[in-house]
Write a protein that binds this ligand. Sequence first.
Ligand code: NAI
Ligand code: MN
Ligand code: ZN
Length: 339
Amino acid sequence: MKSIVIQKPNELVIEERPLPAPAAGDVRVKIKLAGICGSDSHIYRGHNPFAKYPRVIGHEFFGVIDAVGEGVDASRLGQRVSVDPVISCGHCYPCSVGKPNVCTSLVVLGVHRDGGFSEYAVVPAKNAWHIPDAIEDKHAVMVEPFTIAANVTGHAQPTEHDVALIYGAGPMGLVTVQALKGVYRVKQVIVVDRIEERLTMAQRSGADWVINNAEQSLQAVLDEKGIKPTLIIDAACHPSILQEAITLASPAARIVLMGFSSEPSQIVQQGITGKELSIFSTRLNANKFPVVIDWLEKGLIDPEKLVTHTFDYHHVTDAIELFEKDQRQCCKVLLTFGQ
Ligand code: NAI
Ligand code: MN
Ligand code: ZN
């Protein structure tokens, strides 16, 4: 089989590897589609502190089960599946409180272990989630990015009465917009970004109001309308955003952080306690695959609004370079395998 391997930072090869046999409890998935994410590019460029090389990247992938290991029901052969990249131990403290996404021995496919940018991938059977026939392939490959939004909303518990502010109209901001509008019917969803084309995409995903903070001060725009957001989600992840969010938030608001910056954020505690704000953080997803599959079945979200490009996997280098260089035209870029 062919696999996309990052040999070391900045060295990507499409390598011939032996077809792996599934071990006990595993299934082998013949990959059909995979999505490129910022973290794939970070591993490629050597900017992911968790990555070990060589590595088959890719943690957003969909395909068909073509072999099962010992102990896995043969009825799963031929099943269409999306793969949850989060592998956890099941018994540590975080696992015991429903947070396998921060398991003390967390393994993420495509980061710590070989992932889905390959003609075949072997994964634990319980990570391969059956996709009902009514959900198209090009939607099924987008389950993982939407699980990030499901994890955000699992913490924030949005209601129809919220006034939500989302920083960033990249893929993560857009999945969040779709969840807030499509699933939770949030009254007003405001999106702020510096790139006009991305704000247009946010509107297509359901944002009620978009603000370009390259041209104007976000605070001035919100103050002028007397808006105090009750839910703020940082999907832009600059360290300076947390203090701005604390300042802009309504009393009793919730703030959700998604960033991994190693730079400090300077914040004033009085701004948090004075308004009794709740600040959540979110990482990957905690058992959210069935949640998103349900959203897709009910037609509450539309992943196609995020997909701007599709490449055959042989052109993966072009695909990643375009994804990295063109934030105006690019959002989600998909790779096709064996089509
Ligand atoms: P992206 O880089 O495509 O999008 C970020 C957007 O934020 C860009 O459109 C950019 O113009 C905008 N932006 C940057 N600074 C801004 C500011 N000060 N004000 C307004 N807009 C600003 O990234 P993507 O893929 O959407 O991911 C967003 C962030 O989420 C990344 O930092 C990534 O590391 C993080 N992330 C976190 C996950 C988690 O589980 N916690 C999962 C996936 C991504
Ligand atoms: Mn991703
Ligand atoms: Zn664990």
